[in-house]
Design a protein around this ligand. Structure first.
Ligand SMILES: [Fe+2]
Ligand SMILES: [Fe+2]
Length: 203
């Protein structure tokens, strides 16, 4: 699983990849840890296809779910401490682990790179403007090789053919899923939808 041979040179994390893996291993239970390693592998593949920095893709893929298994109170405290939008309190871990979780990635993992932090922040709900790295982490999380949902192969093909179309595809289908299942929609997801889906030609 973690057989990616990659030596970090860019000082985005102030330690090596093995130490980052160690930290994730402590923060996450086994299935989630294995997921982030698969996301890393997919992110590296997408980075190579799209001319994006492989080290950033590796780190973004690995850390995107760093905060996924923290207690709710950690997020509630952070929302208050850092004076984040109070309406965040109406949501839960599904939104918080990215949209608030990037703060823990910054403080605890020592990552300052804004592109990596935004990739964590936006990996679940997307954003109106996303850099290629953000798009890659958003998509790698959706199509990593452990994912099994109807049309996952189509989602992979669309994404390998064109990263932006992949973003549109995921955004459309996730929103559709939330609505079909009477789930909460975080308002910023609508911004993501409006920015990416109407201009695309995906089905
Ligand atoms: Fe996530
Ligand atoms: Fe994830």
């Amino acid at each position: 699983m973690s057989n990616v041979e990659l030596t970090y040179h860019e000082n985005i994390v102030p330690y090596d990849r093995n130490e980052l893996l160690n930290r994730l291993n402590h923060a996450l239970r086994k299935p989630r840890y294995e997921h982030v390693v698969r996301v890393e592998q997919m992110a590296i593949k997408l980075a190579k296809l799209n001319d994006v920095d492989v080290e950033k893709a590796s780190i973004g893929g690995l850390v995107h779910d760093y905060a996924k298994q923290r207690p709710a109170q950690d997020f509630i405290d952070a929302i208050k401490k850092y004076h984040l939008d109070k309406t965040l309190l109406d949501y839960g871990n599904a939104i918080w682990h990215g949209y608030v979780g990037w703060i823990f990635v910054k403080k605890e993992l020592g990552i300052q790179d804004i592109d990596v932090l935004n990739a964590v922040k936006h990996h679940t709900i997307g954003a109106k403007h996303m850099t290629k790295l953000e798009q890659i982490v958003y998509m790698a999380d959706y199509i990593e090789m452990g994912r099994q949902f109807p049309n996952v192969d189509k989602a992979r093909k669309v994404t390998f053919d064109n990263l932006q179309n992949g973003v549109a595809y995921q955004t459309k289908h996730t929103l559709d899923y939330l609505i079909q299942n009477n789930k909460q929609v975080f308002p910023k997801m609508i911004d993501t939808y409006n920015a990416w889906v109407p201009k695309s030609n995906i089905k």
